[in-house]
Design a protein around this ligand. Structure first.
Ligand SMILES: *Cc1c(COP(=O)(O)O)cnc(C)c1O
Length: 483
């Protein structure tokens, strides 16, 4: 399997060649040159597999330059009950991504696909844990080391740290805005005592931290000399790891491999639902892929109007589903590549316009055609949810089903309910557990969210965080002193 850039101007590379890379050299994103096809017969065979066995079967279609025996042990080591036992929902304790059926509404069964049982209680653990093991494996094979530099407003940073802790050859330098994360999030990140993890707190907001990361990464000589890398959501291995749970969800939700189901995905950077699109392209019988946004509705606007109009950071709202507060969906280009008929020059033209004008320049007819094709050919529809919708949905789901959902999952449930098809199952991806967003849960229910046992008292653990000046030079010096 070879990988190409969505903008078409790059030599084809293998999986391990793009594993540690960010953007392609022409500014595009990497995609496989074709999507392997999975037949109904294969799906039937996969029904009896455990999660890690299924992950192996799917990943081996994409990572064929890792010896199969090694890939098998990496997936087995990644998807264990010990790593994915931290949550609370779930009918079957031994399943990595159990489905929690809520009930029947308008003749459609609604279920939550539980993806938040990993160490940081958000779905990002599903892919990030695999990435940690793949990085460690390939670095050892190539006798290299990697220094991951990142900025976080909460979820991504902790998922990365829990995935990279104690990994040979890897150090993590994670910038966070001082005093801007919840107590729970701070406790999760800062209580890690591993020598290879550096929590660096800067004065300022998330964007200031992000700017420093960009400035350091733009210094090509520094980046090369100190082996600086990232783990952001455009990483192909993260996307492909997420494809697995769309298959797992389907196989658990159905009894035969012709039945169609729909998925609703709380979305921000389009990484999660992009994996759903890939699963569908591989032949998984998915009817609708429903993109749920919050008030930051760039993606909803696209699927309604065909216009992709990014927002400035001033026009980006801080909402109570903060992990979806994005103004520009970094994985979206992967879908557009398919939508324009895998024509790299068209993608290049569209995203050049995004770069200069902040939006696609399309005629009314072209925009309408995008909407129509997205829906008819690729199953995409969308909807948007607000703070009021979240609170109502959290309360309603609790009253009806005695289940507490987090605000991001609530956005998903709200939008899913607007797209139910009679006699068809609907899986909403549960992207985080409520305890991570306790304040909003209290506002919705008048009572605190349940706390899984593993997290009792984490705010009282000793914390390890270093205050650093808000400057790229200071961060570079810190890295030089600690690699
Ligand atoms: C990251 C995140 C999302 C958004 O996922 P994308 O892949 O960026 O679309 C939604 N919910 C939660 C809880 C997240 O952490």
């Amino acid at each position: 399997m070879k990988y190409l850039s969505t903008r078409g101007d790059q030599p084809k590379l293998s999986f391990t060649q793009i594993l540690l890379a960010g953007l392609a050299g022409d500014g595009g994103l990497y995609l496989p040159e074709s999507y392997p096809q999975v037949t109904k017969e294969t799906l039937d065979i996969w029904r009896t597999l455990s999660y890690h066995e299924l992950a192996y079967e799917i990943l081996k279609l994409y990572c064929d330059d890792i010896p199969y025996a090694d890939l098998k042990s990496i997936t087995k080591k990644t998807y264990t009950e010990q790593t994915y036992c931290h949550g609370r929902l779930g009918d079957v304790a031994t399943d990595i991504t159990p489905i929690h059926w809520l009930g029947s509404e308008n003749n459609s069964q609604i279920g939550l696909l539980s993806l938040s049982n990993g160490p940081t209680l958000a779905f990002k653990d599903m892919a990030m844990q695999l990435l940690g093991n793949l990085f460690e494996y390939t670095l050892a094979r190539e006798k290299q080391s990697l220094n991951i530099l990142g900025a976080t407003s909460g979820d991504t940073g902790s998922a990365a740290e829990y995935a990279m802790r104690n990994k040979n050859g890897i150090k993590v330098f994670m910038l966070s805005p001082k005093g801007k994360m919840s107590r729970f999030q701070c406790a999760q990140m800062y209580s890690l005592q591993d020598d290879n993890i550096f929590n660096l707190a800067v004065d300022g907001v998330f964007d200031d931290a992000q700017d420093i990361v960009k400035a350091v990464s733009n210094d090509a000589a520094f980046k090369e000399k100190y082996h600086i890398g990232t783990v952001n959501s455009i990483n192909w291995a993260r996307v492909v790891a997420q494809v697995v749970y769309y298959f797992a969800g389907y196989l658990r939700a159905t009894h035969n491999s012709t039945e169609k189901i729909s998925y609703c995905v709380p979305s921000g950077n389009f990484g999660n639902v992009c994996a759903g699109h890939i699963a569908r392209m591989m032949g998984l019988p998915i009817d609708q892929l429903i993109v749920a946004t919050n008030e930051n509705d760039v993606l909803d606007e696209f699927f309604r109007t065909g216009m992709y109009r990014t927002r400035s950071s001033k026009e980006t709202y801080h909402t109570t589903s903060p992990s979806m507060d994005i103004s520009k969906a970094s994985n979206f280009e992967r879908f557009i590549y398919d939508l324009v008929g895998t024509d790299g020059s068209k993608v290049k033209d569209l995203f050049k316009q995004v770069q200069t004008k902040g939006e696609f320049g399309l005629s009314q007819d072209q925009a309408q055609d995008f909407v129509k094709q997205s829906k008819e050919k690729y199953g995409f529809v969308s909807g948007r949810s607000t703070h009021e919708n979240r609170l109502e949905t959290i309360l309603d789901i609790y009253r009806k089903y005695q289940v507490v959902i987090d605000p991001h999952t609530a956005d998903g449930v709200k939008v899913a309910r607007d797209h139910l098809v009679p006699n068809q199952k609907m899986l909403v991806l549960e992207t985080a557990l409520p305890i991570k967003f306790g304040e909003t849960i209290e506002q919705a229910l008048g009572q605190p969210a349940d706390r899984p046992d593993a997290f009792i008292g984490i705010e009282d653990l000793p914390q390890r965080v270093i205050s650093v000046p808000t400057s790229a030079e200071a961060i570079k010096q810190f890295i030089i002193d600690h690699v």
